[in-house]
Design a binder for this molecule. Structure first.
Ligand SMILES: *Cc1c(COP(=O)(O)O)cnc(C)c1O
Length: 381
């Protein structure tokens, strides 16, 4: 049965800003400045301002951003980097790629985010850095994480691929955008991310000027002066065409977050009405001290019925996704490379119960009603 419902609606979003995007792309074609053109510089500056005044170094994708961040910190093989066990593979993959040791720790079962408490249990004399991931669109509780890192001299690299635009409030009332609180922040502009381009893209944020310069060098073959290479780097760039797309979308980012928040509120309201005691599913918890930009709207389905519900919805033509079905400690790639915390039961329980519903900027109540009705039919509510 074709409902036409999608997890994300990039076409609908594009049509609303078509003139701005098309003009930006046409301008790149006309100037033919495809690599490091003016749109790249402009986008970097504008994103830095949006984030409250930080240096932005663009690169080829979010995974590269994390790799470049780790390279810039001068870590040595065997150094340990703490990472949540329940996340996308990139956050840990780059640790292994650089010969460092990923140390996987458990997450909070309600917010899905890593906590200072989980991190502190994994500390050893070899620990050098922490990669908190702001999963599904809300900030980790950063204040205790930053305090812990400060006390033990650890670097903090925020994986902000899913939460760009979210804001964290410190206990003294100070507010900061996710990705700007740690030593370095990283993001992805993959098309389906909250700020996505029309291909691959990524960026690194760093308010420390000299570290930002090093990051910029590493992303560009380790050179500051052309053909003079002072460190081993890589080749990781954001195309000018992608920068033009992002430059057209950035002014809309807060509207997009708002549209997602409205859609999440509507799911919450209708789904709570249908199952007030939370017998069949649990609604996504909201992290205190953080706004939520709803990269995903993720339920926890109880009583082992997640896979059944997913298959049932699929038959009705309603898409849903499992982010993520296998926690990192159970991934074959990390066998013999990673160290896992003793207790990863929350990560395992999340992986077996989460289900993400369609979430994007073009959702209407009518579309959401079809999704909600599918869930109602399955549970006979
Ligand atoms: C998407 C994502 C990445 C990687 O981004 P790419 O641009 O696909 O390389 C890294 N971390 C998280 C949490 C992500 O969701």
């Amino acid at each position: 049965m074709g409902t036409g419902i999608c997890m994300v609606d990039l076409k609908g979003q594009y049509l609303k800003i078509k003139d701005e995007v098309d003009a930006g792309i046409r301008n790149v074609l006309e100037t033919s400045s495809f690599i490091n053109g003016p749109a790249v510089r402009k986008f970097r500056d504008d994103l830095g301002k949006y984030l409250g005044g930080t240096n932005v170094i663009t690169c080829a994708n979010g995974t590269d951003a994390l790799q470049i961040a780790l390279m810039a910190l001068g870590l040595k093989p065997g150094d340990e980097v703490i990472v949540p066990a329940f996340t996308y593979v990139s956050s840990a993959e780059v640790i292994g790629l650089l010969g460092l040791v990923p140390v996987m720790v458990d997450v909070d079962p309600d917010t899905f985010n890593v906590t200072a408490d989980n991190i502190s249990k994994a500390l050893t004399p070899a620990t050098r850095a922490i990669i908190p991931v702001h999963l599904f669109g809300q900030s980790c509780d950063m204040e205790p994480i930053l305090e812990f890192a400060g006390r033990h001299g650890l670097h903090v690299i925020e994986d902000n691929a899913q939460a760009i635009g979210a804001e964290y409030t410190f206990s003294d009332g100070r507010k900061a955008k996710t990705g700007t609180m740690g030593t370095i922040g990283c993001t992805s502009f993959f098309p389906s991310k909250n700020l996505g381009c029309y291909g691959d893209g990524g960026a690194v944020f760093c308010s420390d000027g000299s570290l930002a310069e090093k990051i910029s060098m590493i992303a560009n073959h380790g050179q500051k002066i052309k053909y003079h290479h002072s460190v081993i780097g890589c080749n990781s760039r954001l195309d000018t065409i992608q920068a033009a797309v992002l430059e057209a979308k950035l002014p809309h980012l807060d509207e997009y977050s708002h549209a997602r928040r409205e859609a999440a509120d509507y799911y919450d309201m209708r789904l709570r009405e249908m199952d007030p005691s939370g017998k069949h599913y649990r609604l996504p918890a909201r992290q205190k001290n953080s706004t939520h930009v709803w990269h995903q709207y993720t339920l926890k389905i109880t009583e082992g019925k997640r896979d059944g519900l997913k298959a049932f919805l699929e038959k009705l033509g309603i898409p849903s996704m499992i982010y993520y079905p296998l926690p990192l400690q159970d991934q074959e790639a990390f066998k013999g490379i990673a160290r896992a915390a003793e207790d990863l039961s929350n990560a395992r329980e999340c992986a077996s119960s989460v289900l993400s519903l369609p979430m994007h900027t073009e959702l209407t109540h009518e579309i959401q009603d079809v999704v909600i009705d599918g869930i109602r039919q399955f549970f006979r509510l």
